[in-house]
Structure formats: structure tokens, C-alpha cells
Design a binder for this molecule. Structure first.
Ligand code: FA5
Length: 335
């Protein structure tokens, strides 16, 4: 057995010198150290030897094992990293399954909104996210030092430009090229410098609506919005219209919807009111019509700004607007 152990050691050291990749290294390990490996088999037989021979042979077997192990790890280190790579990459191994993404719930909801309005004869326009103060405020009848500029504080960027606080500037931009009659919507992102909570974000989506023609009245405005909300939430949806001040409309009004998260009982999303403001709207102010080079004596119109995030929240029963922008897959994968 002593001789056998010496032979195993010698052959093992010779075999190690021939090894040129990790695959060979793994078979070497199995051949010598594996459960059925040569060395293990010899070591298992030591217990059957006469008692007085066991210590010396046990010691020798351990020395052989240790020597082979040290030589093995040296040989493994000296294998180049390239050889290692080749040995561990198995090109026939099946690849990881691909996870398919899908449209964000806000994008899906915006598609729904656009489908409803286009079916009502509206066209869809896109506006710019970086605006001039003139279009975001002045031409909308919000001159410098007007207190409502405070309510729409925003982020200013280089060159005196700002991140638009609402989609309303698109009304003016669209009317630079168009003449009445017009019926259009302009969805897009808007930005505000404000504290966030379950119902408020600093970046969110609005969808502007604009209709200008002869003899347009408040009842056209209310019926259009009511029709839209019923298309989205079903005929039983409860809405209320209340007067609101916006400098660019006269009269101005907000449309609230009964909070579907708490069924009107009051929750953190609706600030315990049971109602949630979904959009601002009104009849376009004659001054703004004039800024569009439209004669307010001949034409009238209405405009609205839908809060897409809140409409989407109520549609899906989501209780925090910030989830939409969290990038959390546990949230996104539900849609
Ligand atoms: C406006 O932005 C007006 N431009 C709307 C308008 C258009 C009025 C045309 C008249 C005519 P307001 O600041 O209220 O209004 O915002 C409109 C809607 O955006 C709100 O009803 C609400 O649904 C949503 N909204 C407002 N602030 C936030 C916010 N911080 N986070 C999420 N949604 C918001």
C-alpha cells in the first residue's frame, strides 16, 4: 500500500502537468479526490490494516493527499483566465428566459384617453416640455407678479426658459397655425415645484383639450367632459362641477369625481374629502382668444386640462401617485 501511495502521488503530479483547461482539472479532482477516486479508495482500506501499520500509512496517505492538493491549486492558478473561461462556458446551455416588458400604466391610460377623444372628432397634438414664460404665463393672461404664478412655481432652465407647469401653452402654440373650428387634445408631461404626497407629484401628465368655434357654450364643455368620464368609468360615475379661478378662462370650473378609492368616504388620496379634483376647465378668456388672433366677438371656445395621473389612479384603484414613477416592478407588473 505504501508503494501504491507513492505511485499515486507520482502519477498525479505527472497528470497535473498535462492539464491545460478547467474541464481536465475537474476530471483530475474526481479521479484522485472523488468519493470513488484512487486516493480515497486507498485511504478507505487503511482501517483494514493491522493496528500497528495504520498510523504510518495513515500519515503517508495524508501527506500524499496534501501534496497533490497543493500541486493542484498551483496548477489551477497557472491556467490562464482564457482557458478557465473556455472551460466554464457551455454554449449549448439554454439561455435565461427573456422577461417581456409592456407599456407603462400611464401610457396605456393615455392611449385610452386619446381613443375616446379621437372618436369624438378631436385631433391629437404634441407640445414642448420646455417653454418660455411668455407662453406658460403671459399670453395666458398671467402677467408678471400675478399671484397665480406662485401656485404654478416650476423649475427654470438656461436661457430664461422653464419646464412647463401645464399643457395650456399648447393652446396658444396650436392656434399660431390653425384657425377655427378646432377640436384638439394635447397630452404630455408637466412639472411643478411642489411637495409630494399621495395625490401630488412634481412631474405628472396632463392632457389639454381645446375647442373653438362659433356659438360654443358652457353646456358643450360640461357635456363633453361628462361624456368622456362616463366612457372611462362607466355610466354610474359621480361628478360635480364647481367654479374655479383660472386667469385664462372665464368662467372657470373644476370637475371633481367621487373618489373611487374610498367610495367617497374620505382617504389620503382625496385628503378625506371624498371627492378628487380631476381637471380644470372653462370658457376661453376673450383676452386669450385675442392673443391667438381670434375675434372673441365671432368665436368662443372652451379648454380643459385633465390630470392624467389622478384619472389613471381612480381607474385602477391606486392609492399613491408616486408609485407610477417609482420604477418598482411589483407595481408595474400588475398592469
Ligand atoms: C391647470 O394646470 C390648468 N392649466 C387646467 C386648465 C386648462 C384650466 C384649461 C382651464 C382651462 P391645475 O393646476 O388645477 O390646472 O391642474 C389640472 C389638473 O392636474 C388637476 O385637476 C389635477 O388632476 C392635476 N394635478 C395638478 N397638480 C398635480 C400634481 N402635483 N400631481 C398630480 N396631478 C396634479
Amino acid at each position: 500500500m505504501k508503494e501504491q501511495l507513492h505511485k499515486i502521488k507520482q502519477r498525479g503530479l505527472e497528470d497535473l502537468e498535462k492539464i491545460s483547461n478547467m474541464k481536465q482539472m475537474r476530471s483530475f479532482e474526481v479521479q484522485y479526490f472523488g468519493r470513488k477516486g484512487e486516493l480515497s479508495q486507498v485511504m478507505r482500506r487503511i482501517k483494514d490494516l493491522p493496528k500497528n501499520e495504520r498510523p504510518a500509512l495513515g500519515k503517508l496517505a495524508n501527506e500524499v493527499k496534501q501534496a497533490l492538493n497543493i500541486a493542484r491549486s498551483k496548477a489551477e492558478k497557472s491556467l490562464t483566465s482564457k482557458q478557465r473561461e473556455v472551460s466554464v462556458i457551455d454554449l449549448t446551455w439554454p439561455s435565461q428566459p427573456h422577461r417581456l416588458g409592456h407599456l407603462h400604466p400611464l401610457t396605456q391610460f393615455l392611449d385610452k384617453v386619446m381613443n375616446i377623444f379621437t372618436s369624438m372628432g378631436f385631433e391629437v397634438l404634441e407640445g414642448q416640455e420646455v417653454e418660455t414664460p411668455e407662453y406658460n404665463f403671459d399670453l395666458l393672461n398671467i402677467p408678471k407678479n400675478h399671484p397665480s404664478r406662485d401656485a404654478w412655481d416650476t423649475f427654470y432652465v438656461e436661457g430664461g426658459m422653464l419646464m412647463r407647469t401645464h399643457t395650456s401653452p399648447v393652446q396658444l402654440r396650436a392656434m399660431k397655425k390653425k384657425r377655427p373650428p378646432v377640436r384638439l387634445i394635447a397630452p404630455g408631461r408637466v412639472f411643478r415645484h411642489e411637495a409630494t404626497d399621495a395625490g401630488h407629484e412634481t412631474t405628472f401628465y396632463q392632457c389639454e383639450g381645446l375647442v373653438i368655434d362659433r356659438s360654443i357654450t358652457v353646456s358643450n364643455l360640461i357635456s363633453t367632459l361628462e361624456q368622456f368620464l362616463k366612457e372611462v368609468y362607466g355610466p354610474k360615475v359621480k361628478i360635480r362641477v364647481r367654479p374655479e379661478y383660472y386667469p385664462f378662462v372665464e368662467p372657470g370650473m373644476d370637475v371633481d369625481m367621487q373618489c373611487l378609492i374610498c367610495d367617497g368616504q374620505g382617504c389620503s388620496v382625496c385628503h378625506q374629502r371624498g371627492w378628487l379634483e380631476m381637471l380644470g376647465s372653462g370658457m376661453i378668456h376673450p383676452k386669450v382668444l385675442s392673443n391667438m388672433n381670434i375675434d372673441p366677438e365671432k368665436f368662443s371656445g372652451f379648454a380643459f386640462g385633465l390630470g392624467i395621473d389622478r384619472l389613471m389612479m381612480l381607474y385602477h384603484g391606486i392609492n399613491d401617485v408616486r408609485l407610477s414613477y417609482s420604477g418598482d416592478l411589483r407595481f408595474l407588473e400588475q398592469f
